[in-house]
Design a protein. Structure first.
Length: 554
């Protein structure tokens, strides 16, 4: 996703990544495709971009404090449906003796018209972690379901499977009227009436009354097979998960065919209007797998007034300053970092006149040891959504293991999934020899303090951000080329955000020679140093990243 169309705009794009937005390139590309899709959008883009590679004019400022604000909330529903667009649920998965075997996440991405039908876009992701990933196999699977608003019956599935050497992208069309499922190879499978997949079934169960004695049969599409399942309310009991204690309703799922007798599941739904799946246990041929809810958030979209500010220029490719926000005497970054284990920041991404083309998130996943070094595991993800996703399906991920004191990277893993294009590259940082090494044998000379894209994001937050200070940073971009940038703390001002009105530090992102402005960012002027809003221009138009929610802030 971080591959660029023109070398002239590489730094501009990377500056988005430096502020935690590693998926700018494909979103800009997606935005350009969306612009081509309608004449009016194209005309607007042409007016904004003009004839030059980077347009003149200013950047859109963040919302003012008196703008309508949307509070960050935990998912709550008092009446109506048990879930709404923007709900995101995260789970820790245990298996056998592994207390953290995988991560599982479900999301109601959006409600709207998709492929000619009104529906919900539902998404689930599962990724192996830790020893399971290292010893057994690496898995990163994503399942996207488009389901009817009224019935939650699916009408389109898009599955991306990455399990070790196995890689597969599959689209399945559910024609509920004709009762058939059609596959990529033009084959078809007859469907019983009212057939769900497992993702839509999970949400459909949340809409059921789940009274004592409730029981119902469902047809479920699994792989390329059909399974008849009986769902039955068994009992009400208290359940403790990492997200808290819940009064819950236990629903047993039992396959009716003998061939699936080894597959059984239990789901505990919160005994309230939300019907949150707070825990899931599944008996599989290789043992029991259990998922426990760790976090439930509601991502709420916001709108941004368009106000112009200072002109923006592209950054040249040369120059690699090395101070990286450290003190002149070479001391380490301050011991009290503004982030800690479990923090997750979610962003809505807008492009030009399109208010939402993607979402991005940044997470402090783990804190532990690599050898004798204490490290953080940072992760960032970006996906296209809505109309942009119908044009190109983007799911990119950056993972970085960094020294917990200096924030210097130790290992970086870049995973790009853009349509049918898949790329994965790892870089190992050998600080004793001052080299970064790639799997293909490429060796890159690096100076002390050189960062990667993710550690750049967190290093800026950890730096001494005082008015008038200027810090310089060297980093490797997604193509593992040395780059440089300067960051100046320009002023403080209150801005509006999904978190409410916040006093913010405005950062000007400059070329290494400090002569040209590349981007601007507003970071909360408090101990957490949350990047609230970021704006930059590329040759494809302006990109804006606005904070939506923060989970487990320090």
């Amino acid at each position: 996703m971080l591959r660029i169309f023109s070398r002239k705009v590489i730094i501009t794009a990377l500056l988005l990544s430096l502020l935690g937005l590693g998926s700018w390139r494909i979103l800009a590309y997606t935005g350009s495709l969306v612009a081509r899709a309608t004449k009016s959008a194209l005309q607007s883009a042409v007016q904004a971009v003009g004839q030059s590679a980077v347009p003149s004019g200013g950047l859109t400022q963040p919302p003012k404090p008196n703008a309508p604000k949307t509070e960050k909330t935990t998912v709550t529903v008092s009446e109506g449906p048990a879930f709404v667009a923007g709900e995101r649920l995260a789970y820790n998965v245990t298996w056998s003796r592994f207390v953290t075997a995988a991560r599982f996440e479900t999301e109601v991405v959006e409600r709207g018209a998709f492929f000619g039908q009104e529906g919900f876009q539902l998404r689930a992701k599962v990724e192996t972690t830790g020893d399971v990933k290292a010893i057994f196999f690496e898995m990163y699977n994503q399942y996207t379901t488009y389901a009817s608003i009224k019935s939650l019956l699916p009408y389109r599935l898009e599955n991306t499977i990455r399990q070790g050497v196995k890689q597969n992208d599959e689209t399945v069309i559910f024609d509920q009227a004709r009762r058939e499922a059609r596959f990529n190879n033009d084959s078809a499978l007859p469907l019983p009436a009212n057939t769900f997949d497992f993702i839509s079934l999970l949400y459909a169960l949340r809409q059921q009354p789940l009274a004592d004695g409730w029981k119902q049969n469902f047809s479920v599409f699994y792989g390329q097979q059909l399974m008849e399942i009986e769902a039955e309310v068994k009992k009400r009991e208290s359940v403790i998960s990492q997200a808290g204690r819940y009064n819950a309703v236990r629903v047993n799922l039992t396959p009716k065919e003998k061939q699936f007798h080894k597959y059984r599941a239990q789901i505990w739904f919160s005994d309230d209007a939300q019907r949150l799946p707070v825990a899931i246990a599944a008996q599989l041929p290789f043992g029991e797998v259990r998922a426990e809810l760790t976090n439930a958030t509601q991502v709420t979209r916001t709108t941004q007034p368009r106000v112009q500010t200072a002109p923006l220029a592209e950054a040249p490719e040369g120059g690699m300053p090395l101070t990286n926000g450290h003190k002149a005497d070479g001391q380490r970054l301050e011991a009290k970092l503004p982030f800690d284990l479990g923090e997750r920041i979610n962003y809505e991404i807008a492009w030009g006149n399109f208010t939402s083309v993607g979402r991005a998130s940044f997470e402090v996943r783990q804190k532990g040891y690599v050898g004798e070094r204490r490290v953080f595991e940072f992760a960032a993800e970006a996906t296209s959504i809505g109309a942009a996703r119908t044009l190109i399906n983007v799911n990119d991920q950056l993972i970085s293991f960094a020294d917990a004191d200096s924030l210097e990277p130790i290992k970086t893993d870049t995973r790009l999934r853009e349509g049918r294009r898949v790329k994965q590259v790892a870089a190992d940082y050998d600080w004793s020899s001052k080299q970064a090494k790639l799997p293909n044998g490429t060796v890159i000379a690096i100076a002390p303090g050189t960062l990667d894209l993710l550690t750049l994001f967190y290093s800026i937050r950890a730096a001494e951000l005082k008015l008038g200070t200027l810090s310089q940073y060297a980093f490797l971009d997604a193509n593992h080329r040395l780059r440089g940038v300067a960051v100046r703390v320009n002023k403080t001002e209150p801005i509006g955000s999904a978190l409410g009105t916040r006093d913010a530090l405005q950062l000007d992102i400059l070329t290494p020679d400090k002569t040209q402005l590349i981007a601007q960012a507003w970071i909360s002027n408090d101990a957490r140093r949350l990047p609230l809003y970021i704006a930059t221009r590329t040759r494809f138009g302006e990109l804006r990243f606005q904070i939506a929610t923060v989970a487990n802030p320090r």
